[in-house]
Design a protein around this ligand. Structure first.
Ligand code: R5P
Length: 259
């Protein structure tokens, strides 16, 4: 693999543990001002010291993140739909590679919608993005199974994740499921999990623990951190699981005592 791609991935996936805590704050690209992200800067800034990377759109990056911040950026470059659309799969590429480079990103991210009406367009968009990004040594994170109508079992998620890897994605973001080890084993590139909708903190920590135990490289978690009653304590607890092999009980104690 290209040196630039490996170098950028190593900024995101910490070489000392081989794991990563990505903070996902890109939800507004189709959800608008999601609960907890109404004023992005206010939510994101206090969490930056505890995140290994930040996943977001260029609009929030430009307006809400200090260019001096020492944080690798995973730039979402797909969009074009809103929560009001019946078909969320009708996405296109929203950011040029030129702008991604200008923003000095560490990776670009695009959603694919396997099994949805626009499956083909999103898979070709991923392929085109990889072709372009590889010219500049930029890794591509493929995001699978966004949308509540998508099946989220191991059969489906391993299908979607494997297709993303086969097309050349350097990392895959998917959901946790029963038999998650099958998703990881059959995907030849690192897999991170999304957190999904807000659930009780202990359950979200259990989710992170299960994913890491079953081979995930990390989490790309959003709502279960920024919608928590104590987001800083929550991200610290997630970090303990991802980077320090903490048990769910140990991590929950970190959360409960405020980090
Ligand atoms: C999907 O809307 C985005 O890619 C989010 O980044 C992703 O769903 C992860 O965020 P959460 O943990 O809130 O599901």
């Amino acid at each position: 693999m290209d040196w630039g791609i490996r170098n950028r991935i190593s900024r995101i996936v910490k070489p000392d543990t081989g794991h990563t805590v990505m903070l996902a704050v890109d939800h507004g690209y189709f959800l608008g001002p999601t609960t907890g992200l109404e004023i992005p800067k206010k939510t994101i800034e206090p969490l930056l010291p505890y995140a290994d990377a930040l996943m977001l759109t260029r609009g929030v990056l430009r307006t809400s993140i200090d260019p001096k911040a020492d944080i690798p950026i995973i730039l979402r470059v797909s969009g074009g739909t809103s929560i009001l659309d019946k078909d969320l799969s009708n996405e296109g590429t929203t950011v040029s590679m030129r702008d991604a480079i200008r923003l000095n990103v560490s990776a670009v991210a695009l959603s694919i919608f396997v099994g949805a009406p626009h499956e083909k367009e999103t898979l070709l968009a991923l392929s085109n993005l990889i072709n372009e990004a590889e010219d500049y040594g930029i890794p591509v994170l493929a995001v699978t199974a966004v949308g509540k109508e998508m099946a989220r079992d191991a059969r489906y998620l391993s299908l979607a994740s494997r297709i993303a890897a086969e097309l050349g994605a350097h990392m895959v973001k998917t959901y946790y499921c029963e038999n998650f080890e099958r998703v990881v084993e059959t995907c030849p590139v690192p897999v991170v999990i999304a957190g999904g909708k807000k659930i009780p903190e202990r359950d979200a920590l259990q989710l992170a623990f299960n994913a890491i135990s079953k081979g995930a490289t990390g989490v790309d978690m959003g709502r279960n951190i920024f919608q928590s009653e104590n987001p800083i304590a929550m991200i610290k607890a997630v970090r303990a699981i991802v980077h320090q092999n903490a048990s769910v009980e140990q991590a929950y104690e970190i959360f409960r005592t405020g980090g």
